[in-house]
Every structure is written in structure tokens, then in C-alpha cells.
Design a protein around this ligand. Structure first.
Ligand code: CO
Length: 180
């Protein structure tokens, strides 16, 4: 069995498609459903806790998340929207679309999200701490926002060289080598 067969390609920084705002899903059709399940598989194969459609080049409001890796915590959310937010907590984040980069990001500690599942039923999710962070990160992707936009100034300085390498298409392995 070829595990990577249904794995989608994840776009990486600085691909401009990551900066596009996603459109609302008007109708959940077979194609969107198939893509959603491919995104779930892609998330697991890349050991991620979430993936947004934006990251696989689909400009639709669709995210998949699983903050624990346990099957029962897997969620596919269509048109997710944060309707309530409270608190502030800093934490370290990474992103499959910005490989090798991680840094401190402030997020809300508590959020309430309204979304739809693949059956078109409305779902409400109340999330705190890590799960809330994952949801905020993925919903940001749908707005064309990346974690580097929200990093603390200290973290931004720390990742500056890594970002430059990504922008210039240099492999991360070359980092640290002297530059003439
Ligand atoms: Co991300």
C-alpha cells in the first residue's frame, strides 16, 4: 500500500497562495468531502495537529484539526468562525507551511467557534488552551495569516535568518554556513 498516494502537497512560505483569503464554502459536494479526508491524511502523515485548505492550495474555508492525535478528537470544519474569545496566553507554535520555524505567539485562551461539518450540520466548539491555539492558527490560515505575522518581536528576530533562507529557496541545511 502506498501511504503517500492520497497525501496532498503542502505549500510553503513564501508561496503567495498562503496569503490569499479563503472563500466561504457554499455547498459541501463530493469533491470537497474527498479533499477534506485527504487533508486529514496529509495532516497525520506530516505529524501536524491541524491543516487549512489554504495550505494545500484550495481557497475555501475548510480546516481539519486533531489536537491530541486520538481518532475521536479529529474534526473537519467548514466555514469556521470565532464568535467568542477570552484571555491571552503565549505559547510556542510551528507550522507545516513554514518548515523549521517556530516561535512565541500570543493567542486567546478560550474561544467559541461556529462551523459546519461535512453533513452541513452546524457545530459549536468551545476550546481552551492548546486546542484553542490550534483552531486560531488554522483559522488564521483562511485569512492569509501566518504564525510569523503574530510572533513576538523577540521570536521574529530569532527566525529572521530561517525566513530569509526560505525566501531565497535555500535548504535549511545550508543555515549556519558562512555567507560571502
Ligand atoms: Co500552519
Amino acid at each position: 500500500m502506498d501511504e503517500m498516494k492520497d497525501c496532498l502537497r503542502i505549500l510553503t512560505y513564501p508561496n503567495s497562495a498562503l496569503r490569499r483569503k479563503a472563500e466561504s464554502v457554499e455547498e459541501v459536494d463530493d469533491e470537497l468531502t474527498e479533499t477534506a479526508w485527504e487533508m486529514v491524511k496529509t495532516m497525520y502523515l506530516n505529524e501536524g495537529v491541524g491543516l487549512a485548505a489554504t495550505q494545500v492550495g484550495l481557497g475555501k474555508k475548510l480546516i481539519v484539526v486533531n489536537p491530541t492525535g486520538e481518532k475521536e478528537d479529529e474534526r473537519i470544519l467548514v466555514n469556521p468562525s470565532i464568535v467568542e474569545r477570552r484571555g491571552d496566553l503565549e505559547g510556542v507554535e510551528g507550522c507545516l507551511s513554514v518548515p523549521g520555524v517556530c516561535g512565541t505567539v500570543h493567542r486567546r485562551t478560550y474561544i467559541r467557534v461556529i462551523a459546519y461539518d461535512l453533513d452541513g450540520s452546524e457545530v459549536e466548539i468551545v476550546a481552551e488552551d492548546f486546542f484553542a491555539r490550534v483552531l486560531q492558527h488554522e483559522i488564521d490560515h483562511l485569512e492569509g495569516m501566518l504564525l510569523i505575522d503574530r510572533m513576538t518581536p523577540e521570536s521574529r528576530i530569532e527566525v529572521r535568518e530561517l525566513l530569509k533562507a526560505l525566501e531565497e529557496g535555500r535548504p535549511p541545511a545550508n543555515l549556519g554556513e558562512s555567507v560571502e
